[in-house]
Design a protein around this ligand. Sequence first.
Ligand SMILES: C[S@@+](CC[C@H](N)C(=O)[O-])C[C@H]1O[C@@H](n2cnc3c(N)ncnc32)[C@H](O)[C@@H]1O
Length: 196
Amino acid sequence: MSTSSIKFYDRFSKLYPIVDVFLRPQKRRLFEEINLLDHGKLLEIGVGNGTHLGLYKKHALIGIDTSKSMLSKAIDYATQEMQLLHMSGEQLEFEDHCFDYIVLSHVIAVVEHPEKMLEECCRVLKKDGSLILLNHFTPNNFLGYIDRAFQLFSPIFHFKSAFYLKDLKALKKIELKEQIHFSRLRYFKLLIYKKP
Ligand SMILES: C[S@@+](CC[C@H](N)C(=O)[O-])C[C@H]1O[C@@H](n2cnc3c(N)ncnc32)[C@H](O)[C@@H]1O
């Protein structure tokens, strides 16, 4: 994780509530799915400012983030049972096979090495554990041209605008169980994978 990216998210934490407004409908859908899952140990990587933490209804949550400023805001939304830690999703300080669920919400296209983070997720997930992934993925329509054009500028905002699901090799080791699209443009996807 580069220090410039950490600094960016530290500064961006003040403006993130604006982004949050646009993501709210997706988050509601995400939590409908999460709250259907049995009780278990859940890791959220890139927990951000944590305004969604109150939507977790029944899981034992550990939330991590590389931005201390984001974490300091998330504390205000966390319950006493939730644990928030300063840690990178690319280098998880947890033992193998210890989580039932991992949530990645708008973080996979932000981290420097998405494959490394996914490998780490597979390592710490229990057998039959679920990886719940919400993100934009560059589709095969006109939005693909926009994503590719914006790719020139997106590093300034520390994310990858042109981002293809098919390129994520680590996901091929786990089974896709459910795929939810938020519109016919198929830009944002909610994907639920199971570790065999
Ligand atoms: C776009 S925000 C998403 C926040 C939240 N998950 C949401 O859906 O609103 C991305 C977050 O990931 C964090 N992040 C970036 N790289 C990370 C890494 N390697 N490990 C953990 N968190 C990271 C950033 O600090 C930021 O808080």
